[in-house]
Write a protein that binds this ligand. Structure first.
Ligand SMILES: Cc1ncc(COP(=O)(O)O)c(C=O)c1O
Length: 380
């Protein structure tokens, strides 16, 4: 477990921010890295051509360490949706086949598959919410031979349910289904290695558990798809991009590996250094340690909440960092406003209250949430 790291963040003492699943606060060091990068645009005469590539390569290499892969397999994308759309444009599906998604799956990992299915006479196969909260067993049961693509998260975003991606990856390979992952609610806080799971594509937006800025993310692309079709046909994804003077000698060749899938203007001088700084800190802390730290707070919160009539799936069916509390009476979305007035920050997603602590949270933050839950329970 890590000691509290709040000193690295700019979070006032009276703010109990338990909402990393919505958006993480930017660390002071990441904020500084971003500011320095943004300031470079004030002096463009100092920006050299190689810098359009060095920052991107640093991001790729650092993201590769977090994912457990090589830089060649990482593309730089703007959002989870961009990454999922890239996967959907490249993974084949035939008439009468299915694409597997979970009930209540996040929209960015749903709409591209719905469109792909409609375009090909295929259909979506929606894994129903399992009564025993075991999403892994439910997915394994649904992986039947007609499934062409399993489009899944590591953590189900409205229940906190955790999927065993190693077993699911193996089951996909057995039936010849492709595996496309949205790791936005897990990468950086839940151990994951590409080599263990062997997905075809895996995307993660930076702005939650990777503690990065908004509008930058990473897309893992397995080598077998490196000859695929990118969403954009810009100059920087081409093999000759490094030579600015010969850009109009149009090249048929893309840049190496997954670089062809990079979003346009990916060399963002403000966002990439901030994202890299945040990932370096995550690697320094260690993802298992972050998970244990966040998990211990949630365990304590879950136990206190249970006494007040709230329930949540238990570990390991639930991811340690992601606690979704429910009770018999629905939790109204307005509740978050009342809590925010007390400077206690959580979210309501679906029918549950989502609590998502990180290494900057304190015992006192948890106590304050428990006090709020007590008030809610007393009101009935
Ligand atoms: C599971 C999941 N995926 C992705 C996202 C973000 O999607 P996008 O980057 O397409 O805006 C969120 C945001 O809440 C999410 O919860």
């Amino acid at each position: 477990m890590l000691p509290c790291q709040r000193h690295l963040f700019d979070i006032p003492d009276d703010v109990a921010y338990l909402n990393c699943a919505y958006m993480s606060p930017l660390m002071k060091a990441a904020f500084e890295a971003g500011k320095t990068g943004l300031a470079r645009k004030a002096h463009p005469w100092e920006l050299t051509a190689p810098e359009f590539f060095t920052g991107a390569e640093e991001f790729r290499a650092t993201a590769a360490q977090v994912l457990g892969t090589t830089a060649d397999c990482v593309a730089i994308v703007s959002s989870a949706g961009y990454g999922v759309e890239t996967a959907a444009r490249n993974l084949p599906v035939r008439k009468s086949q299915t694409i597997l998604v979970l009930a209540e799956q996040f929209p960015s990992n749903y709409y591209p598959w719905q469109k792909l299915a409609n375009e090909n006479g295929a259909s979506l196969k929606v894994v129903p919410w399992p009564e025993d909260q075991d999403w892994t067993a439910a997915v394994l049961a649904a992986l039947t031979p007609e499934v062409a693509i399993a489009a899944l998260p590591h953590v189900h975003w409205t229940s906190g349910g955790q999927l065993d991606l190693i077993r699911i990856g193996a089951a996909c390979r057995q039936i010849g289904a492709a595996l496309a992952l949205d790791l936005t609610q897990s990468l950086g806080v839940l151990p994951f290695r590409v080599s263990d799971v062997q997905p075809d594509f895996a995307v993660a937006a930076s702005y939650k558990w990777l503690l990065g800025p908004y509008t930058v993310g990473m897309l893992y692309v397995a080598p077998k798809w490196h000859n695929g079709t990118p969403l954009e046909e810009g100059w920087i994804q081409r093999a000759n991009a490094r030579d600015f003077s010969s850009l109009i000698l149009y090249s048929d060749q893309y840049d190496a590996g997954a670089r062809r899938f990079d979003m346009g203007e990916r060399s963002n001088f403000a966002l990439l250094p901030a994202a890299v700084r945040a990932m370096q800190q995550i690697l320094e802390w260690g993802i298992e340690e972050i998970s244990a730290t966040s998990g211990a707070m949630n365990r304590r919160l879950a136990a206190a909440a249970a006494e007040l009539g709230f329930n949540a799936p238990t570990e390991p069916l639930r991811a340690p960092h992601y606690l979704c509390l429910r009770r018999d009476v629905a939790i109204p979305p307005e509740l978050t406003h009342a809590l925010a007035r007390e400077k206690v920050f959580v979210s309501v997603r679906g029918t549950s209250m989502r609590v998502a602590p990180h290494v900057y949270n304190t015992e006192e933050d948890c106590d304050r949430l428990i006090a709020c839950l007590r008030q809610i329970a007393a009101k009935g």
